[in-house]
Design a protein around this ligand. Sequence first.
Ligand code: FPP
Length: 232
Amino acid sequence: MAPKIKIPTHVAIIMDGNGRWATNRGLPRIEGHVEGVKAAERTIDAAKELGIKYLTLYAFSTENWYRPPEEVNFLMELLRDYLKEKLPTFLEKDIRVSFIGRRDRIPKDTLEWMEKVEKETKRCRSIEVFVAVDYGGRDEIVRAVNKIIKEGGREITENLLRQHLDIPPYVEDPDLLIRTGGEKRISNFLLWYISYTELYFTPVLWPDFNKEHLLEAIKDYSQRVRKFGRVK
Ligand code: FPP
């Protein structure tokens, strides 16, 4: 009998390898990002079909601003154009899209589309997608603490801090974190939330990632014994 598959409630993905995918083909790096968007779209559809409730995607980190300005501008424009084009599809497929990360450094037109998509998909429920843009785990925790200080808070608890993070408190911590592209590191992603998350690293470059790869990760996850620090 085939082993039973456990569908994780919340999957997070570090979408790495776009640049290498393009370079391997003698293409400019930005072509890898164009294909990366297609992979993100495929993955959202696959996750929805599998019954995953929350999907968090790392699109742009607080450190990615140090890339060449042409690449940064291209990524911001790509995100804007993708949101513009796909808003009707999100609504039709009942996909809620929201964003985590800083909002004070994003180009105005991109931010406008981010906020429009968030507002218009607010009632969609087939899957909730959190896209991390200008996101860093440390930055998120520091912003949360500063929000608490502004509200007059004098003592931090785990629960209070969690209430002030970017992902809404009703969302469970990720069950599974996937990183494509072969590197085995966290790169400042979701630091608070991944204390007991199962990690899965694959050499597949993000533009090649598809439903089969997602299923492979989920099969691997299904074999893990999760103890959350306790005795099983
Ligand atoms: C990592 O590849 C990828 C990024 C920094 C950008 C990820 C962005 C997308 C997939 C497109 C935007 C997504 C959405 C949801 C609209 P890399 O450039 O670091 O690749 P490398 O390690 O091979 O250089």
